[in-house]
Design a protein around this ligand. Sequence first.
Ligand code: HMG
Length: 387
Amino acid sequence: MKIGIEKISFHVPHLYVDMHDLAISRNEDPGKYKIGIGQDEMAVAPLTQDPVSLAANAALNIVTDEDREKIDFVMFATETGIDQSKAAAVYVHRLVGIKKEARSIELKHACYSGTASLQLAKGHIALNPDSKVLIVASDIARYGLNTPGEVTQGAGAVAMIVSSDPKVLELEDESTFVTKDIMDFWRPNYSEYAYVDGKFSNEMYIELFNDVWGQYKEKTGGTLDDFKALCFHLPYTKMGLKALRTILDEADESTKERLLENYTKSTLYSRRVGNVYSASLYLSLVSLLENADLEENGKLGLFSYGSGAVGEFFTARLVPGYKKHLLPETHDKLFNARKQISVPEYEAIFVQSLPKDGSTLELDVEEDPNKVCLAGIKEHQRQYVIK
Ligand code: HMG
C-alpha cells in the first residue's frame, strides 16, 4: 500500500518586517541578516492570529467535504501550546468542520513534532487504509526584542492530509533517527520566550544530521547521488546549507550542483517567513515542490531536527502528476497580500499579550483579513471566529 501526503498547504500572518529594516534598527549590517543568516522578511503575528487560527487557516486551504468524510484523526504539532490540558487539535477539529468520529491530539517535541505526526499518521493509515489524517504544524517563534535569536523569529502553519492515495509524496520506509538529551533550546512553562544556546544549537543540528545520515547510509547502502533534493528543517535558511555542506563532498559534481540548486529553491518561502518551528521542514518542502522542476518518481531526503534533541532522516518519492495537486497560486496570493510594517510597529505588536487574570478582552478582527481569527478571551477561554 502507498501512504503519503495527498495535499499540503501553509498559512502565514498578514504582517511582516523587512530584515533590512530590522538590521538597521539593531545596528547590524543588513548583509548579516540577509546573507549570513539568510532571511529577507519575518512574519509577525498580531494577537488576532494565534497557533490555532494559523493552523485552521492553513487547513481550510486543503480540506474538502470529501476529505471531511474520511478524516478520523487530527494531529496538531506545536511548541506554542495555548493550554496545558486541552489539545489545540480540538479547536481545529471544530473550526475546520471535521466529523465527530475522529481522534484529536496535540504533539510536542520542539521542531520535531510535525515529523512525529507524519510518522504516526503513516502507521494509522497502514491500519486504516480508508481513512485520512489531517496534520497541522503551527508555531510562533519568539526569542525577544534585541536578542541574537530575534532575526530567526517567524510565524505560520502548514497543513497536510495523509492518506493511502498520496497525490504529492509517497513516504518510503527508510527512516533513521536519534535522541540526545541536551539543552540547546528550551522554553520553561513560566517563560514567554525560548532560552537558547545559539552556537551549541547549530553544532547539535549538524551533529545529529551527520548521525542520521550516517545511519541511513549504513542501513540502506544509499548515496547522495540517489537524491533529487534534500529538504531541511530551517530555523533560518543558512542552517540547512551548513549541514548540507558537511556531506556534499560525497557526491559527484552534477549531484552537488543539483542539491545546491534545489536547496536554494527549498528556502524561498522560509526566507520570507522565518522560523515556524514544527512547520519549518514542511514549509521548505512546499517551497521546493512549488519552485523546483523535479522529476516524477524522484527521491527526496528530509531532515527533521527538534531541539532537546531528536533528529530524523526519512525519504519519499514524488508521485507522477504531483504538480497538479499543489497550490502555488494560493501561496503567491497570500504573500502578495501581506502588509509590510515598520520596526516600531512590529515592536508594539510584539509586546502585546492576552490577559492572564481572567479579564475579558475583545480584539478588533475587522483589521485582520484572515478567515479564522482569535476574537478575544473571556473567562479564560479563547474565542475564535470564522469570517
Ligand atoms: P549570531 O551570533 O548573532 O550570528 O547568531 P553570527 O555572528 O554567528 O553570524 C551569523 C552568520 O552571519 C555568520 O555566518 C557570519 O559570518 C555571518 P556563518 O559563520 O554562520 O556561516 N555574517 C555576515 N554575512 C554577510 N555579511 C555580513 C555578515 N556579518 C556576519 N555583514 C544564531 C546567530 C543563529 C546563533 C542566532 O540567531 C540564534 O541563536 N538563533 C536561534 C537558535 C537557532 O536558530 N539555532 C539553529 C539550530 S537549533 C534548531 O534548528 C531548533 C530550533 O528551530 C528550535 C526547535 O527545535 O524548536 C531553533
